[in-house]
Design a protein around this ligand. Structure first.
Ligand code: 5AD
Length: 432
């Protein structure tokens, strides 16, 4: 009988994609995917270490898997992803029932860890195997396509340069070929991924991110094009021009600001000021009116005063983000921010986080309410998650819409949906 595997994934889309690559690699080697660790011969945890909490979850999960292994014997347990990269041997010391530890640079090298010849694979090989044809894409309508990996920014709070290595862009032609293959397999939406996606530069031809965007947008059959995550300091005229010119590029941009205070931004080494960020937002808005901006904010960074925090509040008001992800600062091992003094008192940070969400909630509500009564183009993705009687899809500015409609419609069709209700994070409507 075929061997089986189970993968659990935490963290960002990069990790989701790595899990699809791992899954594809295992299937190529004859393994079958199962949805429970109790039926699996190989159990993989694809981990995240962006904040301390995500890292702690890994070790508590490993405690549970120890019992699975105890009761079943022949089970291989692998820790992948960013905690693997960051902790390496320490995972094997702390949890000796783990069979191997494999970092993000080794997703393409499954053989060595599977046959037991290596228990630690945490280097970043120059020549990384990238077999895009074997990616086990879970969505019938959308494909993630990595354009670059790693990060050369050195934001003082961030673990990513350690866990994902230095920036490496993939050759332009390879990215285009992967996007084409995805379209040929029926995916109508492409999402380009990179830790600082807009820092992309083709290692062969030097072509930049704007050129890449335009060229993928022009591919026949690409109905929607998105990308994640953009660094504000890397927003270029060519990127903005591509967004202006191509109507199949989603009117949605995740542009993490992290703080509204120029003083804190400097301490974070974000390479822009509040004023500069607002100017970039203004330029993009001018090119793409009604764009849905989304952001990340950190509260309680070392040195953040009430006044600095007020500036984050006022920036959120000023940009009127449709979506916001906000976090309490979490000290990460080896990051420069550890030397910047004590983080803000935890209670104060929690209280700031609450206030920030309150302000944003009001803005988001207004935006969602503004769609009521309008007919929006929605890309149909399948049954709704919460209510299987309804269908679900997304607007071109990336809001999830649950709607009443004809389920015989092909997945990936774009149709008009009249919005009748704004829900907490989503919209509700009826196909017209
Ligand atoms: N503490 C809290 N939040 C962090 N992020 C990254 N590093 C940290 C940290 N040490 C947040 C940033 C980033 C998002 C993915 O996670 O806001 O944009």
């Amino acid at each position: 009988m075929a061997k089986t595997f189970f993968i659990e994934t935490w963290g960002c889309q990069m990790n989701d994609l790595d899990s699809q690559r791992l899954s594809g690699g295992l299937k190529l080697r004859g393994y079958r995917r199962v949805e429970s660790e109790h039926e699996a011969d190989v159990i993989l945890l694809n981990t995240c270490s962006i904040r301390e909490k995500s890292e702690q979850k890994v070790f508590s999960r490993l405690g549970e898997l120890r019992l699975v292994k105890k009761s079943r014997g022949e089970v291989t347990i692998g820790v992948c992803g960013c905690v693997a990269q960051q902790e390496g041997q320490r995972i094997l010391d702390r949890a000796p029932w783990v069979d191997f530890v494999m970092g993000p640079g080794n997703v393409g090298n499954l053989d060595a860890v599977l046959d037991g010849s290596a228990s630690i694979a945490i280097d970043f090989p120059e020549d990384r195997t990238y077999d895009y044809l074997s990616i086990d894409r879970s969505s019938a309508t959308k494909a993630w396509v990595t354009v670059m990996e790693g990060c050369n920014k050195n934001c003082t709070f961030c673990i990513v340069p350690t866990t994902r290595g230095r920036e490496v862009s993939r050759p332009f032609d390879e990215v285009a070929a992967e996007a084409r293959a995805a379209v040929e397999s029926g995916r109508v939406e492409i999402e380009l991924l990179g830790q600082t996606v807009n820092a992309y530069r083709c290692p062969v031809s030097g072509r930049d991110f704007g050129t890449l965007l335009s060229s993928v947008a022009r591919l026949d059959g690409v109905l929607r094009l998105r990308f994640m995550t953009s660094h504000p300091a890397e927003v270029s005229d060519s990127m903005i021009e591509a967004m202006r010119e191509h109507t199949n590029i989603s009117r949605y941009l995740h542009l993490p600001v992290q703080s509204g205070s120029s003083k804190i931004l400097r301490r974070m080494k974000r390479l822009y000021t509040r004023e500069k960020y607002l100017e970039i937002v203004g330029r993009i808005r001018e090119a793409v009116p009604e764009i849905h901006f989304s952001t990340d904010v950190i509260v309680g960074f070392p040195g953040e005063t009430e006044e600095d925090f007020q500036q984050s509040l006022s920036l959120v008001e000023e940009v009127r983000y449709g979506s916001m992800f906000a976090f309490k600062y979490s000290p990460r091992p080896g990051t420069p921010a550890l030397k910047l003094g004590q983080p803000v008192d935890d209670e104060v940070a929690s209280e700031r986080l609450t206030r920030l969400f309150e302000v944003h909630e009001r803005i988001k509500r207004q935006r969602l309410e503004s769609y009521r009564g309008r007919v929006l183009p929605v890309l149909y993705e399948g049954p709704s998650r919460n209510d299987p009687a309804m269908l679900a899809g997304r607007t071109d500015d990336n809001w999830v819409v649950n709607f009443v409609g004809n389920r015989a419609m092909p997945l990936g069709s774009i149709l008009g949906v009249r919005i009748d209700q704004a829900q907490h994070h989503t919209l509700r409507g009826e196909a017209v």
